[in-house]
Design a protein around this ligand. Structure first.
Ligand SMILES: CCCCCCCC/C=C\CCCCCCCCC/C=C/C(=O)SCCNC(=O)CCNC(=O)[C@H](O)C(C)(C)COP(=O)(O)OP(=O)(O)OC[C@H]1O[C@@H](n2cnc3c(N)ncnc32)[C@H](O)[C@@H]1OP(=O)(O)O
Ligand SMILES: Cc1cc2nc3c(=O)[nH]c(=O)nc-3n(C[C@H](O)[C@H](O)[C@H](O)COP(=O)(O)OP(=O)(O)OC[C@H]3O[C@@H](n4cnc5c(N)ncnc54)[C@H](O)[C@@H]3O)c2cc1C
Length: 666
C-alpha cells in the first residue's frame, strides 16, 4: 500500500507556472514590507519564549500569565533590537496571541491622538509610548454595545472642584468587554455622557486612572475584574476582557479628550465646528486595520487546507495503489479555490482601504469633512464583509481537512475561536451593514435630486444604463472580460439599492420603512461592498505586475473571486434581471475551467504568503508536508498521554469493570 509522502508538496511546487518569489512581494505589498515581515516572522519563530503549541492545554490562569510573559518579551525584544514602529508591530503580530498591547497601541493611543488636544497629546502620548502607563478603550457596557448613544455612564462636571465625576448609575452601565481592562491596564479612555449645568451634551472620551502605579491595586471608587472565560480553548482567553464600575470617581477637567468639544472652567460646553461623529474616529481607524488583517487570517486557514489537501489521499485507486489527492476533487476545489481567491481579494482591498483612510485623515486635518461619510461606509461595510467571509472560511477550511481539521493540532479550531469575535467587535457586522445601507439610500435619493455620486458610488452616476442593461455574455470566455463582470456587479448593487429606496418611500416614515426592509437593505449593502472588492481586484490585475506568470495567476484568481460570487448570489443577479439563467450557467462553466487552471499552482499560491510553520501553528499545514508523523508526535505530547494508565483508573474505571464482572457471573 502506497502512503502519502512528504514528496507530495515538492511535486506540487515543481508544477508552479509563476515566479513564487515575485508573488511574495505582490502579497506583501513591496520589497521593503516583505523584508521586514520576513525578518520579524523569523525572529518570533526562532525564539522559544514565543512557543505557542501548548496554548490549548493550559488553564486560564496559566494561559494568561504566559501571555503576560510574552507581551513583556515583545517589549524587551523591541527595545533590545531597537525596532521601528513598523517592525515592532509586525513582531507583535507574529506572536499571534491577543494581549493587552493591542488595545494599548491599537485603541488607547489612537484615541488620544485622534480626540486629544495638542496639549493633551503632549502630556499623555510620551507616557503611553514609553509604556509608563498601559491603557485600554472602554466604550461597551453590560447593557449597551452597538447603540453608542445609549451608553449610561455619566461624566458630570463639578465646577466647584474643576473635576468630572465618572459614575456608573446601574449594573447595565458597568463597562463590560474592554480588552486589557480586567487585569492589566493602569489607565482607560472611558466613553461617557457629558453632563454639565444639569444638561446632557453627548458621548465623549475621558482618561481615567484605574490602578495604582505603585502596587497595581484599583483606585478608590473602582470595582474592576475579568468578565470570564470565552469561547474556545486558548484563543481569546489570553486577553483580560474586563468589567469596571465607577462609583463617583473624580478626575481633573483636563482629562476629558477635548479636541472636538471643550468644557470651560465655568462648565460651558463649546462644540467645535466639526461633525459630532468625529468622536467615533478610533472605531473607523480600527475597522480599517481589521480589514487588512482579515486577509492574514483567511490566507492562513487556506494555506493549511491547500497543503493538507495536496497531502491527503482518498479513493480513486484500483487494487490498493496510489489514491487521489483530495485537492484533485472538483468539489474540494469549488470550496477551497474561491477562499484562496478571496484571500488575495481582501489583501488588495485592505491595501486600498489603508490609502482611503490616509486620504480622509489628511482631509480632516484640513477641515474637509466631505469624504467622512464615505470613509465610514467603506470601513464599516468592508469590515463586515471581510470578517464574516473569513470566519466562515476558517470553519470551511476545517471541514475541508476532514476529521484531522477538528484536532487542535490542525491549528484551525483555535484560529476560528480567536477570529470569530471579529464579526462582533468594532461593530456587529449586521449593524455595520445597516450603516452602509443608510449611506446607499441617501446616495440614491441625492441622485434623484441631480447630485453626482463620487468615490466608491461613482458607478451609480451611470443610473439609466445600470437600470436597463442586459449582460452581453454569450460564451464562458465572455465572463473573463472585466467590463462584463463589473457591469453585472454594478447593475445588481444599484438595482437592489434603488429598490430599497423606492420601497422605503412607501412607508409612513423613512424610519419605519428602514426598519421593515432591513433584510433587503443588508443585501443591498453586501452587493455594494462586493462591487468595491471586485473593482479593486480588477484594477490591481490591470496594473503592470512584475514576475513571470504572476499577473496571469492573479487574473485567474480575480475571475474566480467574481464568478463564485455570481454563483453564490445567483438569485439576486437573476431576480434583478442583470443576467439570464443561461448566462449564469456560462459563468459556472468558466469557473470550472478556472479551477483547473489554479490546480497546478495552488500550493505555490499559498507558499507566496510566506508563512513560517510557527505562525501557521498547524500539523496539517507544515511547509514540508510531514503531516502524519507530526500528528502522531503531537498526540503523544497530549497531557492525557503523560501516563499509560489514566488518572482516575482506580477510582472510576476499576470499580465499573469489577461491577460488570460481578454482573456477568450472576
Ligand atoms: C513595543 C511593542 C509594540 C507593540 C505594537 C503593537 C501594535 C498593535 C497595533 C495595532 C493592533 C490593532 C489591533 C486592534 C485590535 C482590536 C481588538 C478588538 C478590540 C475591540 C474593540 C471594540 O469593540 S471597541 C467598541 C466598538 N463599538 C462599536 O463599534 C459600536 C458600534 N456602533 C456604532 O458605531 C454606532 O453607534 C452606530 C454607527 C451603529 C450608530 O451610531 P449613531 O450615532 O446612533 O448613529 P446613527 O444615528 O445611525 O448615525 C448618525 C450619523 O453618523 C454617521 N456615523 C455613524 N458612525 C460614524 C463614524 N464612525 N464615522 C462617521 N460617521 C458616522 C451615520 O452614518 C449617520 O450619518 P447620517 O446618515 O446622519 O449622515
Ligand atoms: C472579543 C471582544 C473584544 C471586545 N473588545 C472591546 C473593547 O476593547 N472595548 C469595548 O468598548 N468593547 C469591546 N467589545 C465589545 C464589542 O464592541 C461589542 O460587543 C459590539 O460592539 C457589539 O455590541 P453588543 O455586544 O451590544 O451587541 P448587540 O448590539 O446587543 O447585538 C446583539 C444582536 O442584535 C443585533 N442588533 C443590534 N442592533 C441592531 C439593529 N439596530 N438592527 C438590527 N439588528 C441589531 C445584532 O446584529 C446582534 O445579532 C469586545 C467584544 C468582543 C466579543
Amino acid at each position: 500500500m502506497v502512503v502519502a509522502s512528504v514528496d507530495n508538496l515538492a511535486d506540487e511546487r515543481s508544477k508552479a507556472q509563476f515566479d513564487v518569489g515575485a508573488m511574495k512581494i505582490v502579497w506583501a505589498g513591496s520589497k521593503h514590507v516583505f523584508d521586514v515581515t520576513d525578518r520579524m516572522a523569523r525572529i518570533v519563530a526562532s525564539d522559544p519564549e514565543f512557543r505557542k503549541d501548548n496554548r490549548t492545554t493550559l488553564g486560564r490562569k496559566e494561559l494568561f500569565k504566559n501571555t503576560l510573559r510574552k507581551m513583556a518579551h515583545v517589549v524587551k525584544r523591541a527595545n533590545e533590537l531597537r525596532l521601528t514602529e513598523e517592525e515592532a508591530s509586525k513582531l507583535r503580530f507574529f506572536v499571534d496571541e491577543p494581549g493587552y498591547l493591542d488595545l494599548h497601541w491599537g485603541m488607547f493611543v489612537p484615541a488620544i491622538k485622534g480626540q486629544g488636544t495638542e496639549e493633551q497629546q503632549e502630556k499623555w502620548l510620551p507616557l503611553a509610548s514609553r509604556m509608563e502607563i498601559i491603557g485600554c478603550y472602554a466604550q461597551t457596557e453590560l447593557g449597551h454595545g452597538s447603540n453608542v448613544q445609549g451608553l449610561e455612564t455619566t461624566a458630570t462636571f463639578d465646577p466647584k472642584t474643576d473635576e468630572f465625576i465618572i459614575h456608573s448609575p446601574s449594573l447595565t452601565s458597568y463597562k463590560w468587554w474592554p480588552g486589557g481592562l480586567g487585569k492589566v491596564s493602569t489607565h482607560v479612555v472611558v466613553y461617557a455622557r457629558l453632563v454639565s449645568g444639569g444638561q446632557e451634551h453627548g458621548i465623549y472620551g475621558f482618561i481615567v486612572q484605574l490602578r495604582s502605579l505603585d502596587d497595581h491595586t484599583p483606585l478608590p471608587g473602582i470595582i474592576i475584574g475579568d468578565i470570564g472565560t470565552k469561547f474556545g480553548s486558548g484563543a481569546y482567553n489570553t486577553m483580560d476582557n474586563g468589567f469596571v464600575c465607577f462609583n463617583r470617581v473624580r478626575i481633573p477637567r483636563n482629562h476629558m479628550l477635548m479636541r472636538f468639544c471643550q468644557v470651560t472652567r465655568e462648565g460651558n460646553v463649546c462644540l467645535s465646528d466639526v461633525p459630532k461623529q468625529m468622536v467615533y474616529g478610533t472605531m473607523v481607524y480600527v475597522r480599517q486595520t481589521i480589514v487588512s488583517d482579515a486577509s492574514w487570517a483567511l490566507s492562513r486557514a487556506v494555506c493549511i487546507a491547500v497543503r493538507y489537501s495536496a497531502i491527503r489521499r482518498q479513493f480513486g485507486s484500483q487494487d490498493r495503489g496510489i489514491e487521489t489527492q483530495v485537492l484533485d476533487y472538483k468539489t474540494q476545489q469549488s470550496r477551497l479555490f474561491p477562499l484562496l481567491a478571496s484571500a488575495y481579494a481582501f489583501r488588495f482591498v485592505g491595501e486600498w482601504l489603508k490609502w482611503l483612510y490616509a486620504d480622509v485623515t489628511e482631509r480632516l486635518q484640513a477641515n474637509d469633512f466631505s469624504t467622512l461619510p464615505e470613509a465610514h461606509a467603506c470601513t464599516a461595510g468592508l469590515k463586515s464583509l471581510t470578517t464574516s467571509v473569513t470566519a466562515d472560511a476558517i470553519e470551511e477550511c476545517r471541514k475541508l481537512c476532514g476529521g484531522h481539521g477538528y484536532l487542535c493540532s490542525s491549528g484551525l479550531p483555535e484560529l476560528f475561536a480567536v477570529y470569530v469575535p471579529a464579526c462582533t467587535y468594532e461593530g456587529d457586522n449586521v449593524v455595520l451593514l445597516l450603516q452602509v445601507a443608510r449611506f446607499l439610500v441617501k446616495t440614491v435619493s441625492r441622485l434623484a435630486a441631480g447630485k453626482k455620486p463620487v468615490g466608491t458610488t461613482t458607478y451609480m452616476g451611470n443610473a439609466e444604463h445600470l437600470m436597463q442593461c442586459k449582460s452581453s455574455a454569450s460564451s464562458p470566455e465572455d465572463w473573463l472580460k472585466p467590463s462584463v463582470v463589473l457591469e453585472a456587479f454594478e447593475a445588481r448593487a444599484f438595482r437592489l439599492a434603488v429598490a430599497c429606496a423606492r420601497d422605503i418611500s412607501k412607508f409612513s416614515t423613512p424610519e419605519a420603512g428602514f426598519a421593515e426592509l432591513s433584510i433587503d437593505l443588508v443585501e443591498a449593502a453586501i452587493a455594494h461592498c462586493e462591487v468595491i472588492v471586485v473593482s479593486r481586484f480588477i484594477e490591481k490585475v490591470q496594473q503592470d505586475i512584475p514576475g513571470d506568470g504572476v499577473k496571469e495567476q492573479l487574473q485567474i484568481l480575480c475571475f474566480i473571486y467574481a464568478l463564485h460570487l455570481i454563483h453564490k448570489h445567483s438569485g439576486e443577479f437573476l431576480s434583478t434581471g442583470c443576467i439570464t439563467p443561461e448566462q449564469a450557467t456560462l459563468a459556472n462553466e468558466q469557473l470550472r475551467t478556472l479551477y483547473g487552471q489554479v490546480r497546478p499552482n495552488a500550493v505555490s499560491l499559498v507558499d507566496a504568503f510566506n508563512y513560517t510553520d510557527h505562525y501557521l501553528g498547524s500539523a496539517l499545514g507544515r511547509y514540508d508536508g510531514n503531516v502524519y508523523a507530526t500528528l502522531y508526535a503531537q498526540a503523544l505530547r497530549d497531557p492525557l498521554n503523560d501516563t499509560v494508565v489514566p488518572d482516575g483508573y482506580e477510582e472510576f474505571i476499576r470499580p465499573v469493570l469489577k461491577q460488570t464482572m460481578r454482573l456477568s457471573r450472576l
